[in-house]
Design a protein around this ligand. Structure first.
Ligand code: ADP
Ligand code: TRP
Length: 322
């Protein structure tokens, strides 16, 4: 039996190269090796997007993004989280076996609190809904970026706790994290994130890419001076493209003789070369939104059938069926 791979992204903004290099490319690399589910976490996005028309738009765009990066509906079940409302039922059942202090330790909650955000109950409970996503489909592996690792641990704990209380039901999922990439830095050196306005869009235009790269702050070292590549925010993005060119650039940084302007120009070139074929596919896909909606509908049916099976067993074990 093939193992199951599952992951999702929230439609809470425009996809960026951090999403791609940190997580989304793993949705494409191993297709065929796994029974694969990739979904759009629109219930999760509701914790930050309270505008129906905007959420619809972002949702359809993310579906197009998945297809443009190469997620293949013939090999992968692509679906909308909300086409399987059972997931909220499972999250509710998990809520009843999860303590408040346990969830209060989640970094996503602590970060939101530290920023003095008004934390809604949905945001507090976010990791439990994510556990329900993962466990509902019996996922073995969950490809995500490093910042989601703790959420996978919460899913593992929740599976173990349910199994202990109600009997063996759920598999314990493993995170799948690209160790070399870890966290892609944004144009300001912090984690690239939709919420920091420091992103390079995955489908950005040449001009947008140029503008973003040129805005990366650098120190005042002149061209001839040796530079430490591991302290340079421009070089950190070069590292997304490993190979002989990267090593040559590293040597030139250390020896002196490369200026930040040249380094930025090279980076712009690399990003454009990388983004433009996907951007072209994305434009092609956007011409036919009905085909995208059909893919989501079909995927939703497959996901729902699996979820109904899981829920039947869960309801029985929890004593919800007479
Ligand atoms: P954002 O922080 O921009 O809102 P999401 O939370 O929607 O991104 O993340 C979607 C996926 O992309 C997750 O698996 C997350 O771990 C990954 N990801 C997001 N930002 C980065 C980054 N800067 N580097 C590596 N992976 C990232
Ligand atoms: N929390 C994830 C993110 O911000 C999105 C997500 C929701 C997810 N449910 C999931 C990822 C289940 C993997 C598995 O990116």
């Amino acid at each position: 039996m093939r193992k199951t791979l599952l992951s999702g992204v929230q439609p809470s903004g425009t996809a960026h190269i951090g999403n791609y290099f940190g997580a989304m490319r793993q949705f494409v690399d191993r297709q065929g090796d796994y029974r694969q589910f990739i979904f759009i976490a629109n219930y999760h996005a509701l914790t930050s997007v309270s505008d129906g028309a905007l959420l619809q738009k972002l949702t359809l765009e993310l579906a197009m993004d998945y297809l443009a990066i190469g997620v293949d509906p013939k090999k992968t079940t692509i679906f909308l989280q909300s086409d399987v409302p059972e997931v909220t039922e499972l999250a509710w059942i998990f809520n009843t076996i999860t303590t408040v202090p346990y969830l209060a330790r989640a970094t996503s909650f602590k970060d939101a609190e530290a920023k003095n955000k008004e934390v809604n109950v949905g945001l507090f409970d976010y990791p439990i809904l994510m556990a329900a996503d993962i466990l509902m489909y019996n996922a073995d592996v969950v490809p995500v970026g490093l910042d989601q690792k703790q959420h996978i641990e919460i899913a593992r704990d929740t599976a173990q706790k349910f199994n202990r209380i109600f009997g063996e039901t759920f598999k314990i999922p493993e995170p799948m994290i690209l160790e070399k990439v870890k966290t892609v830095p944004g144009t300001d050196g912090r984690k690239m994130s939709k919420s920091y306005g420091n992103v390079i869009g995955l489908f950005a235009s040449d001009e947008e890419i140029k503008k973003a790269v040129m805005s990366i702050p650098t120190d005042s070292k002149v061209v001839e001076e040796p530079k430490n590549p591991s302290e340079c925010k421009v070089f950190a993005l070069h590292e997304l493209f490993p190979g002989a060119d990267l090593e040559a650039l590293r040597t030139r940084y250390l020896a002196g003789g490369v200026g930040y302007k040249e380094s930025k120009d090279l980076l712009v070139e690399k990003i454009i070369a990388f983004v433009s074929p996907m951007r072209a596919r994305r434009e092609e896909i956007a011409r036919n939104p009905d085909a995208v909606l059909k893919i989501l509908r079909d995927g939703g049916e497959v996901a729902l059938a699996q979820a109904q099976k899981t829920m039947q067993e869960v309801r029985k074990k929890a004593g919800l069926i007479l």
